[in-house]
Design a protein around this ligand. Structure first.
Ligand code: SF4
Length: 364
C-alpha cells in the first residue's frame, strides 16, 4: 500500500493531512476513528464531510484486518483466521483467564526461525506484518470481545512469527497499542515473545517501553537447545543470558522463560537443576508448557508425573514457576500450533461478516 494509514501514529496522520492541504486536527480525528471507534471504512467517519471521506478512500485506502473464519474451543478459547490486504492470512487467538481476556497476535506471515517443535515455522516466512496489521488484530479482538461485554486485558505477541525479526513493525505496533489515544493498553500488559535474538533484545531494552519479554528457552544448555532451536547456533545461551540481563537492568521487568516439556528430550531432572542454576541470575518466571502436538514432529508431551517432578525441582529452588493451562489445544490454537490458515477460501473485502463454517486447515 502506498500510504498505510493504519500504521501511522497520530503525529504522522497530522502531517499527512497537512500535506493534503487539510487542518492537522483531521489527523487526530482519523487516529481516534481508527483505534477508539474502530471504524471499518471511511464511510463510518461521520465527523468528516462526505467529500473528504470520498477523497480519503481514493488517496489513502483503509484496509483493516478482517476475520475470515472463527473457531471456538470448549474452554472458550477462540481462534480467528485473519485476512490481510493482499490475501495473505495469519491466525490470532482470544483466550479466557481468571483476570479477563488476552489476545495472542501474529507478527509475520509464517516464520523464518524454524524451531523443531512449532507449526508456524514449517512453511517459512512470506512477509512481515505492518505495525497497523499487528495492532489491528488487537483492535479486532476488542471489537469481538465487546460483543460479549468483555475487553482485551493483555496482549501476547506470541502468534505466528518472531516479533523481533520484524523489529520495526513490532515496536511501532506496540506504540499503537499503548498510545492513550490508540488502544490505550499499559506496556506492562503487553508481552513480546522471542526465540532469543540477543542483539534485538538489547535494542528493545533501549526503546523505553517496559513490555514483558518472554523467551522461548526450552533447554538450559546449548546441546539440547541447539537440537530444538536452530537459532541457538547464531545466539547461544551465554550471549542470550547477557542480553536478558541488560533487558532486566534497563526495564526492571522480570524475564519470563517459556519451557516446553517434551517427553524424554528436555524434561529430565538433571536438566531441571541445570535450569535453576541458569535462570537464578536475575528475577524471572518460568512457564512450563507440556508440548502441544504438531503431527509433523515426532515428539510426545511429557507425562503429568514428569511435569510435576520437573516443577518440584524449580519450586524447591524458589524459582517462580507455573504450568500453563493448555487452552485451545483441540482447535490447534495452543502454543506452537498456529499456522497461516492456508486452507480457507478467499479473503472477504473489508467490513464483510466472518464465515460461520468450521475451519478448513490445509496446513502449511
Ligand atoms: S516458536 Fe516462534 S520463532 Fe520458533 S518457529 Fe514458532 S513462531 Fe517461529
Amino acid at each position: 500500500m502506498a500510504v498505510d494509514v493504519l500504521s501511522m501514529d497520530r503525529t504522522a496522520l497530522e502531517h499527512l493531512m497537512e500535506e493534503g492541504g487539510l487542518p492537522r486536527y483531521r489527523g487526530r480525528q482519523l487516529f481516534h476513528a481508527l483505534w477508539k471507534t474502530r471504524v471499518a471504512s471511511y464511510d463510518a467517519l461521520s465527523v468528516w464531510p462526505a467529500t473528504l471521506r470520498s477523497r480519503a478512500a481514493a488517496e489513502w485506502p483503509l484496509v483493516r484486518v478482517v476475520p475470515v473464519e472463527r473457531q471456538q474451543a470448549r474452554d472458550g478459547t477462540e481462534k480467528i483466521v485473519v485476512g490481510l490486504f493482499d490475501g495473505e492470512r495469519v491466525e490470532m487467538v482470544l483466550l479466557p483467564h481468571r483476570f479477563g481476556w488476552s489476545v495472542c497476535v501474529s507478527t509475520q506471515v509464517g516464520c523464518a526461525i524454524g524451531c523443531h517443535f512449532c507449526a508456524s515455522g514449517l512453511a517459512g516466512k512470506t512477509r512481515n506484518l505492518s505495525a497497523g496489521e499487528i495492532a489491528d488484530q488487537v483492535a479486532l479482538g476488542e471489537t469481538l470481545l465487546a460483543e460479549r461485554g468483555e475487553r482485551v486485558r493483555r496482549v501476547d505477541l506470541m502468534g505466528i512469527g518472531e516479533p523481533l525479526d520484524n523489529y520495526a513493525g513490532t515496536v511501532a505496533g506496540l506504540r499503537l497499542m499503548h498510545d492513550p489515544d490508540g488502544l490505550g493498553l499499559s506496556y506492562r500488559h503487553l508481552t513480546v515473545s522471542t526465540s532469543g535474538l540477543a542483539p534485538r533484545i538489547r535494542k528493545l531494552a533501549d526503546e523505553g517501553m517496559p513490555v514483558t519479554l518472554a523467551v522461548s528457552l526450552h533447554a538450559p544448555n546449548d546441546a539440547v537447545r541447539g537440537e530444538l532451536m536452530p537459532v541457538n547456533r547464531a545466539y547461544p545461551i551465554a550471549p542470550l543470558m547477557d542480553a536478558l540481563a541488560t533487558y532486566w537492568e534497563r526495564t526492571r521487568r522480570r524475564i519470563t522463560y517459556e519451557y516446553l516439556l517434551i517427553d524424554g528430550v528436555n524434561d529430565g531432572l538433571t536438566l531441571a537443576r541445570e535450569l535453576v542454576r541458569l535462570v537464578r541470575r536475575f528475577p524471572c518466571h518460568v512457564n512450563l508448557i507440556p508440548w502441544n502436538p504438531v503431527p509433523e514432529f515426532p515428539y510426545r508431551p511429557s507425562p503429568p508425573a514428569q511435569v510435576t517432578a520437573f516443577r518440584t525441582v524449580l519450586d524447591e529452588a524458589g524459582i517462580s514457576c507455573t504450568v500453563r493451562r493448555e487452552l485451545g489445544q483441540e482447535i490447534e490454537a495452543a502454543c506452537g500450533q498456529l499456522r497461516r490458515g492456508l486452507g480457507a477460501g478467499p479473503t472477504p473485502a473489508s467490513g464483510q461478516q466472518p464465515s460461520e463454517r468450521p475451519l478448513s486447515r490445509g496446513g502449511a
